[in-house]
Design a protein around this ligand. Structure first.
Ligand code: FUB
Length: 343
């Protein structure tokens, strides 16, 4: 596969059509928390920009910390989102700056861990903003809307959709799940707690459960962050990340339930470091190729020769089920998936 950096900047194809299988990472650059999704005949990936510090950034960070009188930590470089699309999981097109912090007035210094859904002819992009540590700060989970998957996205409501810490869950790492009955649920939460809320039909406001609750805590054992939901054969496969994202032992585990509200009993680990391939594998999503039983896990991992916590790259591998419907442990590869066609 050949990669042309100039073409990446121009937003055109980053690999030749000659490749019959992908490579892992599937596109160049440090990108984490990838949300994979199929739109029409293309696979799209919406990741966090996971850049590293440089001298210019240290100054920018110091200025911001003075301005906000607080430690901004690792998130200072997450100024925008790039998206990537592919017809075959092999050839990827970069769509730069689909949403920038300058387009979200209440986001001052971080934009990360996106999730996306399409409803009607609109695309709804959910994101974490500002990394809030208490309920006096402005930030949390926001939502932006666009007419196309590559944007441009614009802040939808001018404030966070979820802007408070409830049940101990930092409002980050949302995933939006559409159930067969048409109800949208949002699972989210950092700091070891996971909540679920119902989204109203407009997808930019939060509803209530029948008992009047807005938030329900559904935290499984060992949960840390990065929830994801997949429905298969009528069963709810709930997945999440465990360990610390900055270290080698980050991993993904899962539960199976009969309801979108759980209970979610931990079954086992499905993705973790491999001393032959990479460390820190986690914060994933799953795509199913329409009309098939082919599933792929889209996740980030850290190359074996790298240790900086932001050195995270987006990869794709097969996700398989055994005959009883349990998820088989994922075998991470350097080769990535074979080329596919979406019908
Ligand atoms: O990229 C920032 C954070 O890293 C996410 O919120 C976590 O899930 C972890 O992947």
């Amino acid at each position: 596969m050949t990669t042309n950096l100039k073409s990446i900047a121009l937003g055109i194809s980053v690999a030749t059509a000659l490749a019959a299988s992908a490579v892992n990472p599937v596109f160049p650059g440090w990108y984490a928390d990838p949300e994979g999704i199929v739109f029409g005949k293309e696979v799209w990936i919406y990741p966090t920009l996971s850049r590293l510090y440089g001298d210019d950034v240290e100054k920018y960070k110091a200025d911001l910390e003075r301005k906000f009188d607080r430690n901004i930590g690792e998130f200072v470089l997450q100024t925008h989102f790039d998206a990537f699309s592919s017809p075959d999981l092999v050839n990827w097109t970069k769509h730069p700056e689909i949403l920038h912090i300058r387009d979200v007035p209440w986001v001052k210094y971080a934009l990360w861990a996106p999730a996306i859904v399409k409803k009607g002819d609109k695309y709804y992009l959910y994101f974490g903003g500002n990394d809030i540590k208490n309920n006096d700060e402005v930030g949390g989970i926001g939502v932006a809307v666009a007419d196309r998957p590559e944007g441009p996205f614009k802040d939808a409501i001018g404030k966070p959709l979820i802007g408070e810490i409830v049940n101990g869950a930092q409002p980050i790492d949302q995933y939006v799940f559409l159930d067969d009955d048409g109800q949208y649920y949002m699972y989210y939460g950092g700091w070891g707690h996971c909540n679920v809320v119902k989204l109203n039909d407009d997808l930019v406001s939060v509803g209530k459960f029948d008992d009047g609750d807005t938030y329900k805590e559904v935290t499984p054992k060992d949960y840390v962050e990065g929830p994801f939901m997949l429905k298969r054969n009528g069963r709810y496969y709930f997945m999440w990340s465990e360990g610390g994202w900055t270290g080698p032992n980050y991993r993904v585990a899962y539960a199976i339930a009969d309801s979108p509200l759980g209970p979610f009993e931990r079954i086992g680990t499905i993705l973790q470091q491999d001393p032959e391939i990479a460390t820190g594998a986690g914060h994933h999503s799953v795509i199913q190729i329409p009309g098939t039983e082919d599933f792929y896990i889209v996740y980030h991992r850290r190359p074996l020769d790298r240790t900086h916590h932001n050195e995270r790259a987006t990869c794709i591998d097969k996700l398989e089920f055994d005959k009883d419907g349990f998820i088989k442990p994922v075998k991470m590869t350097f080769t990535g998936p074979e080329a596919i066609t979406i019908k």
